[in-house]
Design a protein around this ligand. Structure first.
Ligand code: GLP
Length: 241
């Protein structure tokens, strides 16, 4: 693991956006894995601003998002798909057919998950996966547990994770769906390169466990230690050294 520590969240977002755009410019057919959440907001702001006016050609880029809430369709205002449209997709020259997204209202959620892994494989796999981290060490919606799922699957959300997502549901955690669709650990670890971003003091314990702790399914992000190409980008609060 390579650790890149930044003075501020803005510095981190600018450096990551530069790295993502450099990847797209040098390899126009890049396949990106993308996260939602508050942490990547700065990244998406930078990508919007730097790509504006067709300065960056996204037309051959493919994207696959990590997760989506079960029961929420793409147009639902609290869906992760709506978040991505507003923060990135509506502002860059991505082709809609190149956007891979789990559909939380698919009639058969198990089949939806299987087809998602197939679509990622058909696209040639993920070149660069950007990840956030939950305060409990989850990545995507792979929650701490005695065992983790390898493939994309329907996940049951823990109460802390539902509370952490309540801001998208009128700040009422009980309105947050109990289940979500998420890339599995093998799907995530199959990416050629992974960049995990973490900011703020509330992530410090999870970040420390991920970097320095034993590999354990009780802290899913710790499994990233087995991947050959992981960069952890943190601010001072998330990695106070
Ligand atoms: C959410 C998402 C994750 C995200 C994490 C952190 O529940 N499922 O993909 O990385 O929690 O979110 P935030 O950046 O808002 O702290």
């Amino acid at each position: 693991m390579t650790i890149d520590r930044f003075q501020t969240e803005a510095d981190l977002s600018a450096a990551l956006a530069a790295r993502v755009l450099e990847t797209i410019v040098t390899r126009p057919r890049t396949v990106l894995g993308l996260p939602t959440g508050r942490t990547p907001l700065g990244l998406y702001r930078e990508l919007r601003e730097r790509s504006g006016g067709d300065r960056i050609d996204w037309s051959q880029v493919r994207t696959f998002n990590l997760d989506e809430f079960a029961g929420l369709g793409p147009a639902h205002p609290a869906s992760y798909r709506s978040f991505m449209q507003a923060e990135l997709f509506d502002h860059v020259s991505l082709v809609p057919e190149h956007i891979g997204f789990l559909n939380g209202t698919a009639p058969d959620l198990v089949a939806e998950c299987r087809q998602y892994d197939d679509a990622i494989a058909r696209a040639g796999g993920i070149d660069l996966q950007v990840l956030g981290i939950g305060a409990n060490g989850h990545i995507g919606f792979n929650e701490p547990a005695d065992g983790l799922r390898a493939e994309t699957h329907v996940a049951v959300l823990t109460r802390p994770t539902r509370e952490a997502n309540a801001h998208r549901f009128d700040h009422d955690w009980a309105q947050v769906p109990e289940r979500a669709l998420s890339m599995g650990m093998a799907t995530i670890l199959g990416a050629r390169e992974i960049i995990l971003i973490a900011t703020g003091q509330e992530k410090a314990a999870a970040v420390q466990g991920m970097i320095e702790g034993l590999i354990t399914t009780r802290l899913p992000a710790s499994l990233l230690q087995v991947h050959p190409s992981v960069t952890v980008m943190v601010d001072r609060e998330a990695w106070p050294r």
